[in-house]
Design a protein. Structure first.
Lengths: 245, 437
């Protein structure tokens, strides 16, 4: 079966591992992002790893004018159409405290940009009668914390959006997987203090593809984050508001 | 953040370093880092000793710049970034009928590391060393990026092949892959009863890939006994699936104590029937037998281990036999010991191979073992042999000079490419490789 993935934010560590794993299965990959040079290198890599098609395409979550042509590009492929969303940005909370206008960018990158793209893609997937959307949220979206609550709020919004999209696409034979990664060994986390049980991007990518195959709804990766977050979500607010975690 | 301060080690975990590490994921970031001056590049740190360590200084971890960039089926030339791992290239290209011409004992080794150590594989007697199949590479030197080829820039090529990263940062390389029949190995294993038979079988083997596992605990009449493995690539056969395992924590010291190793080795030897056997294995299983046990170096516990590997000329085989006898009677050896016949192929001034026999044995990091390795090193030098920089963690600079007579030629090129010695590593300093004496 012809399968094509459009991967938003394809140069991120997790997306790269996901694209390669998809390529090794022979899927087509449209690698969407802002850094053309890196996307071209990744496209070459995916082709050599067995991708039926690998192409770099321009995508900026903050510029919706480019979304239409991207949806059309994906629609031009026959067979099953899929999307994986890895975009998001996380300025340090103190930077946002100094300049509250940064919130707009965080929300656009992590929530409204990809949501708007998926909203345009949804009718196409419905018409095709299948396909999967993988949306990468974050455990930070499960509860607002002192350290990154703007990022967490945007990811929470995206998770709620994905939940609704799942409700919609399931009716048309499609599916949506919401992914909440814990600590992953990426360029974003390199050198951050206090990380533990850090997962490799390759392990996360394998988890994602498995979740797609098994039509899981919401996954935490690595799996034990489900239990960590279960505890964190259940701390009573009067206690939580005084905690610094 | 760009620079992370960390403790890190080589594969043997006996030598340690602390310093800042950057791990760029984008090419442009690598370029930005080196505008401030050259920094030694490291890969998967599969060298056992201190070749990839820079204590108190900085290093660039190249493992995320690991993409395959282009392949020409007419010539078999594959261009890859230096962080690409040999095993991944084999996995992607084996099914299409191509393999890296030379593969070291671990598929986790990066292409940059394979060039920096000019590594060899089980086909060295036919194919020569890794860099003999490198068509060229992009090297970031103090003067900027240089395209290096054996024909166009022979000086820099021979100083970089096996040159321990001292000429610059290898950013990309073009490898001439080798056609293969398919993505499985047909492997014949056969018991060899003693040293003389082992040497005779290695000499007589006409297989593409040949290696001898040696029971380094057997003494007396059984000295040198082991299993000769010969392999050819094959197609259309289905190997058994192999499960990956992981060593989850540091093993206690007695895990590899003498009696345990002797019992293991005896069982391992008898695993192969007396009449020999032929099996079909996945490519990775034959070339990288230990890779399926992730982090196997932790079996040696927190203190880590050393590997002794030397090569001696053909006529010095008796000296190598004596060295093995010393090892076997010491009771210090581990299960991992390998004997191989090498051809003359080498590509750089500091490349390890010479025509002869190479012996590699692991030892737990204990005072007696370090003492034994030092004696073995002296004997290798007396026999006209040499030590392997990818393995060594104990040698002294004076002994190395006799083993590597081309050192002055290498030094001359290195001084031109990196005049400030910004690329020095712990190994280079320990052996004073960049100083006159």
């Amino acid at each position: 079966m012809n399968r094509t993935w459009i991967i938003l934010g394809a140069t991120s560590s997790m997306a790269r591992a996901f694209a390669r794993a998809g390529a090794a299965e022979g899927a087509g990959v449209l690698l969407a992002g802002r850094d053309g040079e890196e996307l071209a290198a990744l496209a070459a890599d995916c082709r050599l790893r067995g991708a039926r098609l690998a192409e770099a395409v321009a995508f900026d979550a903050r510029d919706a004018r480019g979304f239409g042509p991207l949806v059309e590009r994906l629609e031009a492929e026959e067979g099953e159409l899929n999307a994986a969303v890895f975009v998001g940005s996380m300025p340090e909370q103190p930077a946002i405290d100094r300049d509250p206008s940064l919130i707009d960018g965080v929300v656009a990158d992590s929530f409204t940009g990809p949501a708007r793209f998926l909203q345009m893609l949804a009718p196409v997937m419905e018409a095709r009668g299948g396909g999967t959307v993988v949306g990468v949220g974050s455990v930070a979206g499960d509860r607002g914390r002192l350290g990154n609550y703007v990022y967490g709020a945007a990811k929470a919004g995206f998770a709620t959006y994905l939940s609704g999209l799942r409700n919609r696409l399931t009716r048309a034979g499609g599916h949506v997987v919401t992914v909440k990664p814990g600590f992953v060994d990426t360029a974003m986390t390199w050198g951050l203090p206090g990380l533990f049980l850090v997962a490799s991007p390759e392990a996360v990518a394998a988890d994602l593809l498995k979740a797609v195959r098994k039509k899981r709804n919401v996954i935490y990766t690595p799996f034990f984050w489900r239990w960590i977050m279960l505890i964190i979500r259940h701390i009573p607010e009067p206690v939580f508001k005084k905690m610094k975690i | 953040m760009l620079w992370k301060t960390a403790d890190y080690t080589g594969w043997g975990r006996a030598l340690r370093a602390k310093g800042e590490i950057a791990r760029p994921e984008r090419r442009r970031l690598l370029d930005e880092i080196v505008t401030g001056g050259l920094v030694p590049a490291i890969g998967m740190r599969r060298s056992y000793g201190d070749a990839a360590l820079n204590d108190g200084g900085r290093v660039i971890d190249m493992t995320r710049l690991d993409r395959m960039l282009g392949f020409d089926p007419a010539t078999g030339v594959l261009e890859v970034e230096a962080g690409a791992r040999v095993g991944e290239i084999a996995a992607a290209f084996g099914p299409r009928g191509w393999l890296p011409a030379v593969m070291p004992g671990t598929g986790f080794a990066t292409v940059g590391g394979c060039i920096g150590q000019d590594v060899h594989g089980k086909n060295h007697h036919h194919a020569g060393s890794f860099c003999q199949h490198v068509a060229g590479f992009t090297l970031i030197t103090a003067a900027g990026p240089v395209e290096v080829t054996p024909e166009g820039t022979p000086g820099l090529f021979h100083a970089t092949a096996g040159g321990l990263g001292q000429t610059g940062i290898i950013a990309r390389a073009k490898l001439r892959l080798h056609p293969c029949k398919g993505d499985v190995m047909v492997v014949t294993e056969r018991r060899v009863e003693d040293w003389d038979e082992h040497i005779a079988r290695l000499d007589a083997s006409d297989a593409t890939y040949t290696v001898g596992w040696i029971d380094a605990t057997a003494t007396g009449a059984g000295l040198g006994r082991g299993i000769l493995e010969e392999g050819e690539t094959g197609s259309g056969l289905m190997p058994k699936r192999v499960r990956n395992r992981k060593v989850p924590l540091d093993a206690p010291h007695f895990a590899l104590a003498g009696p345990v190793v002797r019992a293991f080795n005896a069982a391992y030897y008898r695993r192969v029937p007396a009449t020999g056997r032929t099996t079909v294995k996945p490519i990775g299983d034959f070339f990288f037998p230990l890779d399926k046990i992730h982090d196997w170096n932790r079996l040696y516990g927190k203190r880590g281990f050393h590997q002794f590997q030397c090569v001696v000329p053909l006529e010095a085989a008796p000296a190598l036999r004596d060295m093995l006898e010393t090892i076997a009677t010491s009771g210090l050896a581990s299960p991992l010991a390998v004997l191989k016949r090498m051809g003359p192929g080498r590509a750089g001034h500091l490349s390890f191979p010479m025509e002869g026999y190479t012996l590699a044995v692991d030892f737990p990091n204990r005072a007696e073992a370090r003492e034994l390795i030092r004696r073995l090193e002296d004997r290798a030098a007396e026999a006209g042999g040499r030590l392997y920089f990818a393995k060594d963690s104990l040698a002294q600079g004076t002994a190395i000079r006799a083993m590597y007579p081309d050192l002055p030629d290498w030094q001359e090129e290195v001084a031109k490419a990196d005049p400030l010695a910004a690329l020095s590593t712990d190994l280079v300093r320990r052996l004073s490789l960049r100083s006159a004496r």
